[in-house]
Design a protein around this ligand. Structure first.
Ligand SMILES: [Zn+2]
Length: 148
């Protein structure tokens, strides 16, 4: 999924369960479940060569900017104090995607990261249909908006 639903999910969980022993494993587990749902993101088509690394990279950076703004907007408007655990939850929400960065963009995959990337790959289902791939993500973002 995009960083937006993953990060908002992590921030939401951290806002409700502010202990790292709770929100970190829960957020990571939900990341894999969210990725199991067929989705579209800026990395879709990267492995097949349908999308260039530079296009994916620019899209990811653009999206990360929007992600930070949305986390601020969502939780600040709900009166949630933006404590570090909110941001750590958001970062945890995209951690499995961040550790894929060296492999996807630098062709470098250290041995200790390989098992995590392999686990991520087992859960990851993409679709090139943007509308179908964005729909579940819009649902996640909307759900967090109402539950926050
Ligand atoms: Zn992922």
């Amino acid at each position: 999924m995009l960083s937006i639903p993953h990060s908002l999910t992590g921030a939401f969980i951290a806002s409700k369960l502010p202990h790292p022993a709770l929100y970190i494993p829960l957020t990571l587990g939900i990341h894999y479940l969210q990725d199991w749902i067929p989705h579209w993101d800026f990395g879709t088509g990267l492995s097949s060569g349908k999308r260039s690394k530079s296009t994916a990279f620019v899209g990811e950076i653009f999206e990360l900017g929007i992600t930070v703004a949305l986390i601020y907007y969502f939780f600040d408007s709900a009166g949630v104090d933006l404590q570090p655990h909110i941001w750590l939850g958001a970062l945890t929400g995209i951690a499995p995607d961040l550790i894929e960065f060296p492999r996807n963009f630098l062709n470098w995959e250290p041995w200790f990261i390989k098992p995590f990337n392999k686990l991520h790959g087992l859960f990851h289902h993409s679709t090139t249909n943007i509308a179908v791939g964005l729909l579940p993500q819009v649902f996640v973002v909307g759900l967090i908006w109402f539950l926050k």
